[in-house]
Design a protein around this ligand. Sequence first.
Ligand code: FNR
Length: 189
Amino acid sequence: NQTRIAIIVGSLRRDSFNKKLARAIEKLAPPEVSFIHIPIGDLPLYNQDDDAAQAEPVTQLKASILAAEGVLFVTPEYNRSVPGVLKNAIDHASRPYGQSAWQKKPAGIIGVSVGVVGTAMAQQHLRNILANLDMPTMGQPEAFIQAKEGLFDADGTIGLDSRSFLEGWMRHFIAWVRAHSAIGNAGCG
Ligand code: FNR
């Protein structure tokens, strides 16, 4: 039984640490889990006037979320909160009213920052948002990662220092998605 996870990265930066983290941690999951990377850089700025005729990138975003059992947010921290590009994507897929794509999708949050706080504040803000969207969000284990020498190996895998911790994190996250997915557990949604 394949479990599909939609990954949304909160950074558009070409050499983003969070993009690298997203690619690296998906390699820690078992083969029966597949990951779909959802682009958010081509979304227009959210405007409620457009709710009745959502742009193509928006309908695509919503379809990708709806097709997944769970959503993994991999995000940097900008000024102690989530980047605006991520909030823009979240707002888009939450509308029109009553037709949110997020409803009841199990979620996980992880992120890497150059600072020692390791995206802790951004993650707390994101938890607030996801609670409002009715997304069951994994509370533990938390993962606050600092971008340091050795975090990634030359081939882009997670370095040895963090590997077993992140393997454990991924194991918990997959179990969380399977336990809370409305797609996987018909009748429980
Ligand atoms: C940052 N950065 C940052 N870091 C942090 O730990 N806490 C913060 O509040 C902020 N604020 C912030 C605001 C803005 C506008 C920028 C551009 C950056 C630094 C951030 O951790 C660093 O740029 C990361 O490299 C961003 O993640 P990506 O793009 O590498 O994935």
